[in-house]
Design a protein around this ligand. Structure first.
Ligand code: ADP
Ligand code: MG
Length: 225
């Protein structure tokens, strides 16, 4: 309920903004000839509409990934392989941001049962956040997997040496639309999607972070489902 209320709000705002700009452009055009000054204005409006449309598009694609949950194909998934794939997909982003990757993957990691797409979504969101947290100065990304015999689960840890998260923000991290990123960059759905997927598997996610030091996300997926 909370999610759909905020989705309506978050999508309605940019749509209202775009409509206003369109009306404004129409009025200016109705008033007469369009000169240099008006053209400059239009360029600005178009840029704004572009940003806002991209924002809606990002929100919608995140939500689509989330709602796929009900009709997913389920099978054996090796999380080491998903990590390799996600790192490959992010290779360019990691390279241009000068981020060193260190993997410690358990070679005997048992498969989890579930949807490959969903696990990839989880890792993609966590890894891209880590990369974004180290944007600029670069840093180290450490990824490990292990089989917890005591909990009969698989544990994935993603550690970055980025900006870190204040304890106040740590409380809001998984809320839909919580973001500290610039408008047009973050929409704040990544971790809420992650949370929803992990919860659906009876798993758990934990965050450990220190401002200026870095952040570690631990994801635990139970093996007996
Ligand atoms: P978005 O990335 O669109 O902002 P997310 O739900 O993925 O939305 O993340 C929400 C917020 O959590 C981010 O804006 C950021 O403030 C914080 N965050 C998430 N992961 C990290 C990280 N690894 N390091 C620092 N901050 C993080
Ligand atoms: Mg994100």
């Amino acid at each position: 309920g909370k999610l759909s209320a905020s989705v309506v709000h978050e999508i309605n705002n940019p749509i209202a903004g775009i409509l206003n700009l369109l009306k404004l452009i129409q009025r200016i055009m109705d008033e007469g000839s369009v000169g240099e000054k008006e053209t400059e204005q239009f360029k600005q409006y178009i840029h704004l509409m572009d940003t806002e449309t991209r924002r809606i598009s990002r929100i919608v694609s995140n939500l689509l990934a989330f709602s796929r949950q009900s009709k997913v194909t389920v099978g054996h998934v090796n999380l080491n392989r998903i990590i390799e794939k996600t790192l490959f997909l992010n290779a360019n982003l990691l390279k241009i941001n000068n981020i060193k990757v260190k993997k410690t993957l358990d070679p005997d990691l048992p498969d989890v049962m579930g949807s490959e797409d969903q696990f990839q979504q989880v890792l993609m969101n966590i890894i891209s956040n880590a990369a974004e947290a180290m944007e600029g100065p670069g840093g180290a990304l450490k990824i490990s997997t292990r089989h917890s015999l005591s909990n009969n689960s698989v544990v994935v840890k993603v550690q970055d040496s980025g900006v870190g998260i204040s304890s106040e923000n740590q409380k809001k991290l998984f809320e839909p639309f919580f973001t500290t990123k610039k408008k047009g960059k973050g929409v704040g759905l990544g971790l809420s999607v992650v949370y929803g997927i992990i919860e659906a598997y009876g798993g758990a996610i934990q965050v450990d972070s220190e401002v200026g030091e870095g952040t570690t996300f631990s994801v635990e997926i139970p093996l007996n489902q």
